[in-house]
Design a protein around this ligand. Structure first.
Ligand SMILES: *Cc1c(COP(=O)(O)O)cnc(C)c1O
Length: 451
C-alpha cells in the first residue's frame, strides 16, 4: 500500500463525509486538513505538517492529544468491559466517577444522571426541571428563561434555550417558546464602567423577568462567566450570585451549563465556584473526558431526586435514556482526567499559563482593528472591529475570521475564529514558547484579516 497524503484523503473524504457546522461548498477552495496523529497540543497531518491546537479541538481537550495517563487507563478498561446497559446494571467506572464528582462539585449536588454529549445533557436538565414542577403539582411552570447570545447545543430542546441566531433562526418554527433576557456581557459596558458594575446593572432585566414570569417558569439556564459559542463574551461572577438569590426568592431552578467552562477553564475547577453558588442542575461534558470520548452528566440535588422517587404506578419516574448512557470507557477517561487534576497542580499551573497568555496578547490590544482583548482564565478572546472607537463590527459577509484561520494554518496554528472573534482556548499542557508562538501568529493573522 502506498502512503496516503493529505490530498488523497481529502478527495475521498469530500465524496462521503458531510462535515459539521460547515458550508461544504467552502471546500471547493478551502483545503480540508486530514490529521494522522496527535501528541500533546500538536496535530500532525499526512504531509508532515503540524498544527498547534489552540482551540482544544472544539474546547474538549485538556491534557493534550494521546495523553499517556488517559491512554493507559483506557487500555486497561478495554480489557475488562467496553459497555453495559446502565438500567438495572452498574459498573465501577460510573460508580467511582459519580462519587468523585459529588465530592468535587459545590455541596448539595449529589445525584448524577448521564447522557452521551453536551446537547443531550442540556435536554436532560430541561426535561427534569419541567418534570420536577409537574411532579410537585405545578404544571404551569413549563417555560425557560435564557440569555441573549447564549448557546446550549444543537438538538431541538437545547437549541430552543440558546440564542445564537446563526444556528437557531432557520429552525425557529420547530422550537420551544422561551423567554430571552439581555446578557450581562461586559463587551457592552459603558466607557469607564467596570465589569462588576455593568453586570450588576444588567441584572435588573433578569429581576424584572422573574418578577413577571416566575409562576410559569421552570428554570433559568446560563453559561457561567463565559458565553463561549456566542463569541467568548464574558461577565462578572456577581451576576451569578444575584441570579442564585433571585431564583431562590422566585422559586425557579437554576441550570448551570458548564459544558464548556467546567474543569478548570475559567481558573477554578467549576466556574460557579467564583460566585460561591450551587445551581440546581449542573451540566458537564467536553473536558469531562479530556476530550477523549463523548460523555455528559447532569448533577442535581436530593430535592430534585426526591420529586421523582415514588411507587412505579404513580408514573413519576424520569424515563429518559440514551443507548450509551454512562459508557464505561468514557467514564474511565473521565476518571483519568480527575486523576490528572488530583496529581498535578493543574489550576495553579493554569494561572501561570493564563498570565503568559495575557502577556502574549497584550501587544494586540492597541491594534486599530481590535475592539477589545478579554480573558477569563484559560479563555482569551480578541474582538476584531472595523472601527475601534465606535466598535463598529466588520460585516459578517466579509468573513474576516476565515482569513485569519487560513493564515494561522499556514503558520502551523489552529485558530478557528467565531465570526470576528479570534480566541485561544488551548489545552493546559502548552509550553511558554508555544504560547508565544500563538501570540506571534495571531498578530500576523489579525493584521491580514483586518487589512
Ligand atoms: C458545546 C456546548 C454544548 C453542546 O455540547 P455538544 O456535545 O456539542 O452537544 C452545550 N452547551 C455549551 C455551553 C457548549 O459549549
Amino acid at each position: 500500500m502506498t502512503r496516503l497524503d493529505n490530498q488523497q484523503i481529502a478527495e475521498r473524504d469530500l465524496r462521503v463525509v458531510w462535515h459539521p457546522c460547515t458550508q461544504m461548498k467552502d471546500h471547493e477552495t478551502l483545503p480540508l486538513v486530514p490529521i494522522a496523529r496527535g501528541e500533546g497540543p500538536w496535530l500532525y497531518d499526512f504531509d508532515g505538517r503540524r498544527y498547534l491546537d489552540a482551540i482544544s479541538s472544539w474546547w474538549v481537550n485538556l491534557f493534550g492529544h494521546c495523553n499517556p495517563t488517559i491512554n493507559a487507563a483506557l487500555r486497561q478498561q478495554l480489557g475488562r468491559l467496553e459497555h453495559v446497559i446502565l438500567a438495572g446494571f452498574t459498573h465501577e467506572p460510573v460508580l467511582e466517577l459519580s462519587e468523585r464528582l459529588v465530592k468535587l462539585l459545590p455541596e448539595g449536588l449529589t445525584r448524577c444522571f448521564y447522557a452521551d454529549n453536551g446537547s443531550a445533557g442540556v435536554e436532560v436538565a430541561v426535561k427534569m426541571s419541567y418534570h420536577y414542577w409537574l411532579n410537585r403539582g405545578q404544571p404551569a411552570k413549563r417555560r425557560f428563561v435564557t440569555l441573549s447570545n447564549s448557546y446550549h447545543g444543537e438538538t431541538l430542546g437545547a437549541l430552543s434555550v440558546g440564542d445564537v441566531a446563526l444556528y437557531k433562526q432557520v429552525y425557529q418554527p420547530l422550537l420551544l417558546d422561551v423567554i430571552t433576557v439581555p446578557s450581562p456581557d461586559c463587551y457592552a459596558r459603558e466607557a469607564g464602567e467596570d465589569w462588576e458594575s455593568h453586570s450588576r446593572r444588567m441584572f435588573a432585566h433578569m429581576e424584572a423577568t422573574l418578577e413577571r414570569h416566575a409562576h410559569e417558569v421552570a428554570a433559568v439556564i446560563v453559561e457561567p462567566l463565559v458565553q463561549c459559542a456566542g463569541g467568548m463574551r464574558m461577565y462578572h461572577p456577581v451576576w451569578l450570585s444575584m441570579l442564585r438569590e433571585a431564583c431562590d426568592r422566585h422559586g425557579v431552578h437554576l441550570i448551570a451549563d458548564e459544558i464548556a467552562v467546567g474543569f478548570g477553564r475559567t481558573g477554578t475547577l467549576f466556574a460557579c465556584e467564583q460566585a460561591s453558588i450551587r445551581p440546581d442542575f449542573i451540566c458537564l461534558s467536553k473536558g469531562l473526558t479530556s476530550g477523549y470520548l463523548p460523555l455528559s452528566v447532569v448533577v442535581t440535588t436530593e430535592d430534585v431526586f426526591d420529586a421523582f422517587y415514588d411507587d412505579y404506578t404513580k408514573l413519576s419516574a424520569f424515563l429518559h435514556s440514551h443507548s450509551f448512557t454512562g459508557n464505561p470507557l468514557a467514564c474511565t477517561a473521565a476518571l483519568a482526567t480527575l486523576d490528572l487534576f488530583a496529581s498535578g497542580q493543574v489550576l495553579e499551573r493554569n494561572r501561570t499559563l493564563a498570565a503568559r497568555m495575557a502577556r502574549a496578547a497584550a501587544p494586540l490590544a492597541d491594534h486599530p482593528g481590535v475592539g477589545e482583548v478579554r480573558q477569563t482564565g484559560m479563555i482569551l478572546a480578541i474582538e476584531m472591529v472595523r472601527d475601534r472607537l465606535g466598535r463598529q463590527p466588520f460585516d459578517w459577509r466579509e468573513r474576516r475570521g476565515l482569513r485569519a484561520y487560513r493564515h494561522a494554518l499556514s503558520r502551523e496554528v489552529l485558530l478557528r475564529p467565531l465570526g470576528n472573534v479570534l480566541y485561544w482556548m488551548p489545552p493546559y499542557v502548552l509550553t511558554d514558547e508555544e504560547v508565544d508562538l500563538l501570540g506571534v501568529v495571531t498578530a500576523e493573522s489579525l493584521e491580514l484579516a483586518c487589512a
